[in-house]
Design a protein around this ligand. Structure first.
Ligand code: SF4
Ligand code: SF4
Length: 99
């Protein structure tokens, strides 16, 4: 799973290093090995591997991670399955993304 990537440069994942306490929870819960711990701080190893599941942000005890869950996986469907384009545009609009 660690080698999977989604759309490049669209992932909403953000890490606020100043808030990170280096607990390693994000490394533990991330299914795509996006994070590593380096010098007692989380670092993003592969931004584009993030599937925006939201597990890291939900489990971070210091609110050091922000991610808008759900966009990237759906975006890949939008690209792969053009017949669903109208449906996905509806959801993108509902989520507040420009379409
Ligand atoms: S879960 Fe949050 S506080 Fe813990 S290492 Fe990751 S970013 Fe830092
Ligand atoms: S949102 Fe999911 S895939 Fe992305 S970094 Fe967090 S845990 Fe990993």
């Amino acid at each position: 799973m660690a080698n999977l990537t989604y759309l490049k440069n669209v992932v909403t994942l953000e890490l606020f290093s100043d808030k990170c306490i280096g607990c390693g929870m994000c490394v533990t819960v991330c299914p795509h090995s996006v994070f590593v711990i380096n010098d007692r701080k989380a670092r993003i190893l592969n931004h584009n591997a993030c599937m925006e599941c939201g597990a890291c942000a939900q489990n971070c005890p210091s609110d050091a991670i922000s991610v808008r869950s759900g966009l990237c996986g759906c975006a890949s469907i939008f690209i792969r399955e053009r017949k669903h384009g109208r449906i996905m545009r509806y959801f993108f609009k509902a989520w507040g993304y420009p379409v």
